[in-house]
Design a protein around this ligand. Structure first.
Ligand code: CU
Length: 256
């Protein structure tokens, strides 16, 4: 009896420590977190936040936004290759009712990644409306881990990556319609593709920066370490459960 109880403890320790060592050795070297505060374009009233963690070219993307046209799909992209900023009303060069996606490109650039719900995420899927999230009740809550291209990764590092959400109900009809056709696809109304919200992706300052920390990077570094610590805890817990199961089976075998 005494022996049977002692065994799991030893097994847990043996299982947990290699995991701890393994996890700290691969402590997400080079992972960086970015944040975009989404501001409205085209008087959409949209607000929200985008969070992106880049580990190599693996991007974990989280977007929360509200004030969107309810029940409608909203194309969303990382735009890259320009100023890394969001356009202003002055970028509405033709002075019509819309700041079009093309007019905004001087500020935020071309599509680098299509933030679809499933499947391809390349610029080819830029208008794959059936694979973009639908804003139920006007809100959108997106999370996906994807691979981005080297160009997109470099844009994040250069501070020229911008998160853009599309689709505005300019005429308040409750759906994408109107006489103005999209600059991107003339088979679609302009409302379906005009930018609704935009935020430059900047290095995130997660949590409180440690006292006396460096001006840049300290916040995000502490954030990454915190994530690592959570990971270690989770892995150790998994290890403990597995070890416990092994020990249990051994006890059962002994008794048999
Ligand atoms: Cu876009």
């Amino acid at each position: 009896m005494r022996k049977a109880f002692a065994l799991p403890t030893v097994a847990i320790a043996a299982a947990a420590f290699p995991l701890l060592a393994m996890s700290s050795a691969s402590a997400h070297e080079g992972a960086s977190s970015y944040q975009a505060d989404l501001g409205a374009l085209n008087q959409s009233g949209v607000s929200g936040t985008g969070m992106v963690t880049l580990d190599g070219n693996t991007a974990t993307v989280m977007i929360e936004a509200s004030g969107l046209l309810a029940g409608a799909p909203h194309a969303q992209h990382f735009h890259i290759g320009a100023a890394g900023t969001c356009p202003t009303a002055a970028d509405n060069k033709d002075g019509d009712a819309f700041l079009s996606t093309t007019e905004g490109a001087a500020a935020y650039g071309a599509i680098g990644t299509s933030l679809t719900v499933t499947g391809d995420t390349s610029p080819d899927s830029g208008l794959a409306v059936d694979r973009f999230p639908t804003a139920e009740g006007g809100s959108l809550n997106y999370e996906r881990t994807i691979e981005v291209t080297d160009d997109v990764h470099k844009a994040f590092e250069a501070g020229t990556a911008v998160l853009v959400l599309h689709g505005v109900d300019e005429n308040g009809s409750g759906t994408y319609d109107g006489d103005v056709k999209s600059d991107l696809d003339p088979s679609l109304p302009m409302e379906a593709t005009a930018p609704a919200a935009c935020g430059a992706l900047e290095v995130a300052q997660m949590g409180a920066a440690p006292a006396g920390g460096a001006e840049t990077g300290a916040g995000s570094t502490s954030g990454i370490e915190a994530q690592g610590a959570i990971g270690v805890g989770a892995l150790a817990a998994v290890g403990a459960v597995a070890a416990g199961a092994v020990a249990y089976r051994r006890r059962q075998a002994d008794q048999a």
